[in-house]
Design a binder for this molecule. Structure first.
Ligand SMILES: [Zn+2]
Length: 238
């Protein structure tokens, strides 16, 4: 199965803004696509250069970037080596409303947009860069869907732990809130990982999928001792 099938599907509400947030980020200018491209290029270059310094050589180039309104707000396609990410002004009304609702009843658009940028332009993008690194290491097909997704979350967690732990703190609150409020979708007596793998296709577009991602992310945040970014990259193997 191709890695793009592993992309986070319709997870926007989770990754990006279910919880109230005090984050405030610079408001971009009129050219939102150019703004997004510039920001994502910088993050992509920072990540790929750090990976190059830390890990074994990658057999593929740094991913090309595209800014488009994709269903999952972010995806990595190993066939074209392209990482696609959305931008605030490209969102459909219903997508933007997810953030507006998530930011709370009295939230401004700037607050909703800040949630979007934290969730998508930080967490989701580095998670997708994690899938790029997996492609570098030959992890292109696997039946261990849980392992692949958890691996991308570990990479993102290690990255932000080293570069901006406030991203972890913010996303931890979002994911903890999900596990607290949402029902456990795993039938009694079944293993979480096995159930996820066996039902992966079915779960993809559902809310339950988000519960699994939240669980994986919290596990990645709680890993002790906290692994270094270079260590997590080196542990990425088919
Ligand atoms: Zn993923």
């Amino acid at each position: 199965m191709k890695l793009q099938r592993f992309r986070i599907l319709a997870e926007i509400a989770i990754w990006c803004g279910c919880a109230t947030s005090g984050f405030s980020q610079a408001t971009p200018g009129a050219d939102d696509v150019a703004y997004t491209t510039t920001k994502m290029t910088a993050l992509r270059d920072q990540f790929t250069q750090a990976a190059s310094r830390a890990g074994a050589p990658c057999r593929i180039a740094a991913p090309k970037l595209a800014v488009a309104d994709v269903p999952s707000f972010g995806s990595y396609d190993p066939d074209t080596n392209t990482l696609t990410v959305s931008a605030w002004t490209l969102l459909k009304d219903e997508e933007r409303n997810l953030f507006l609702r998530g930011a709370g009843p009295s939230a401004t658009e700037d607050q909703a947009r800040a949630d979007f940028e934290m969730g998508v332009h930080h967490w989701v993008v580095v998670h997708e860069l994690g899938h790029w690194w997996q492609a570098c290491r030959g992890v292109t097909e696997s039946k261990d869907h849980y392992g692949v997704e958890y691996g991308a979350d570990r990479i993102a967690a290690a990255w932000w732990q080293e570069h901006d732990p406030s991203v972890i703190a913010r996303q931890r609150a979002v994911f903890a809130s999900i596990l607290e409020r949402w029902p456990n979708p795993v039938p009694q007596g079944q293993e979480v990982e096995a159930y996820f793998n066996d039902n992966y296709e079915k779960l993809g577009p559902t809310r339950a999928y988000i519960w699994f991602q939240a669980r994986m992310c919290l596990a990645a945040f709680d890993e002790k001792p906290t692994p270094a970014f270079a260590q997590v990259l080196a542990q990425t193997k088919p």
